[in-house]
Design a protein. Structure first.
Length: 104
């Protein structure tokens, strides 16, 4: 479903270590215009009813029910540079959008 690079896992774990309440990462996928999908991420205290919980390298990722179909096949990376940050790649994107990278 969702995969996180080693860099992404390390960046999220670092952020979690500074949070007293967060337990994992929530990924939300919002459908947009022209079959585009907007991905949002934030630290989350825990799973909610209807969430799918994925654990990778000791990191919990929470995905709400409506986002689950849109989150299938995405890869989250973290690029450490001046213009860097989290990069989400959708391997299931339609051919016209294939290869697009979304920054958060």
């Amino acid at each position: 479903m969702i995969t996180l690079s080693t860099n992404a896992v390390a960046a999220v774990k670092a952020a979690l270590s500074r949070s007293a309440e967060a337990e994992g990462l929530r990924v939300v996928a919002e459908p947009g215009a022209h079959a585009a999908v907007r991905y949002l991420m934030h630290l989350e205290a825990g799973a909610r009813a209807g969430d799918m919980v994925i654990e990778q390298a000791g990191l919990k990722v929470f995905i709400d029910g409506p986002s689950q179909d849109f989150a299938h096949g995405i890869r989250i990376d973290f690029v450490a540079s001046a213009a860097g940050g989290f990069v989400i790649e959708n391997g299931q994107a339609r051919p016209a959008a294939a290869g697009r990278r979304h920054r958060n």
